[in-house]
Design a protein around this ligand. Structure first.
Ligand code: E4P
Length: 248
């Protein structure tokens, strides 16, 4: 399974790339606005460059299908690793499937976004979308079960050997990531604050501190006996057993 960062924060993207964890980045107009990115082109180009050949999803900003097509062509010309996000329907509920199909035929990679049902994901996949973005948190908001939507879509894609990949987004808590992973998501896109929560654990902190303290005690014994232990004599700082401190 791939993990994308759901952010436009360059520092976070660089950090998680350096950690070897993320395989791409997703954005949407709300994420860009929240990160102070007002110039779509400049912001996208900067992130795309940082990512090398890993994919970056950038969404069109129009409700009109023909404009979606022309914006998509323009957006994908900015960098070779840009995947264009097309909302699966307009604000009026009109399908954008024709736009998705035309773009795919023209060789543009499409992320069919804002899918909240198995039906929407099916039709977007049939139209040829490279990715179908299923919004777990927003499905839960409506009282439905995102795991069921993800599992059904994943099984159906597999049964019919369709190439679309499921990106699960709209992550609201770390449990959503685990559930999406087990439900068969090909990709989960995660805001960096949840990536940090995923790696942290207060009992791991305690365990690491305990072993380090005992290692240092052994080194002190060696020193008191007039012996040296290569490599650890410089470590003078005693660890504190600290409670979990989460950023975010
Ligand atoms: C990712 O591709 C989505 O745009 C994002 O995860 C949506 O998240 P939200 O439901 O928190 O806005």
């Amino acid at each position: 399974m791939e993990i994308f960062a759901d952010t436009a924060d360059l520092k976070e993207i660089k950090t998680w790339l350096d950690f070897g964890v993320i395989d791409g980045v997703t954005t949407n107009p709300s994420i860009l606005l929240a990160n102070g990115v007002y110039d779509l082109r400049l912001g996208a180009v900067e992130i795309a460059r940082l990512l090398g050949d890993k994919p970056l999803s950038v969404e069109v900003v129009t409700d009109e299908p023909d404009e979606m097509y022309s914006q998509a062509v323009e957006i994908t010309s900015w960098a070779p690793n840009i995947v264009v996000k097309i909302p699966v329907i307009t604000t009026q509920g009109d399908p954008t499937l024709g736009v998705i199909a035309r773009l795919v035929q023209a060789g543009v990679k499409v992320n069919a976004t804002a899918c909240l049902s198995f039906n929407q994901a099916m039709l977007a996949a049939k139209a040829g979308a490279t990715y179908v973005s299923i919004f777990a948190g927003r499905i839960s908001d409506e009282g439905a079960d995102p795991s069921e939507v993800i599992t059904n879509t994943a099984q159906w894609l597999k049964t019919w050997n369709l190439p679309s990949k499921i990106i699960v987004g709209s992550i609201r808590e770390t449990m959503n990531v685990q559930k999406a992973a087990l439900a068969g998501a090909h990709v989960v896109t995660v805001p960096p604050k949840f990536l940090r929560q995923m790696i942290d654990h207060k009992y791991s902190r305690f365990t690491v501190a305990q072993f380090l303290a005992d290692g240092l005690s052994a080194a002190e014994r060696m020193t008191s006996l007039g012996l040296t232990m290569s490599g650890v004599n410089g470590a003078k700082k005693r660890p504190q057993v600290a409670p979990s401190k989460r950023k975010g």
